[in-house]
Design a protein around this ligand. Sequence first.
Ligand SMILES: [Zn+2]
Length: 205
Amino acid sequence: MISEPSISNLRLTGGDLCLDFINTVSHRLRPEEGDYLHSFRDITSWYQHVNGMSDKTIQTLDRLAKSYPQKAAQVFGKSIQLRELLYEIFLQVITGKAPDPQALLTLSSYISEAYSNMELVWSKDKGLLQLQFNAPALEQVNWHIAQHALDLLSTGPLKQVKQCPGCGWIFLDKSKNSSRRWCSMATCGDIDKVTRFQQRNKKRK
Ligand SMILES: [Zn+2]
């Protein structure tokens, strides 16, 4: 039996919060290799790992999850639905297809829920208006990801969103000449090098 992977070892190679969230399964092309997320608590641990929320917010959400375990489980179910939805949408974008209208409708529901729970506040430090969640809510973990996905999907650069041929992870290629092929050279890129070397040697024999 393969042991479940730990969030503290999760590599962050997506280049965007919503893509790193999609990459919380060990291997997109071999799902049996395990999942990093099993409960609401894993989602807040993930936020801590990616530095995606303040410690104070994470503590508040963990406290809420403890008081309302059923609600937390329900929100977690929606987190996984959102993750798989985003994987589907980004795969379609990568292959040059228009995203499935039904998938977009579901994403819209996450986004409208997020914005209906936000308010405009004036940030004195930045001298700018900012959108903030108006009250701590467990659903915030999903709204935050939906917002990032909307940003990326509506402003791009979507041509730079790619899928690693080794593990199926999705990443934003920020290399100068858009030549990045692997989620990481140290993992999938290296495995590819070794495999090709072995194949070459086999042919020689
Ligand atoms: Zn990979």
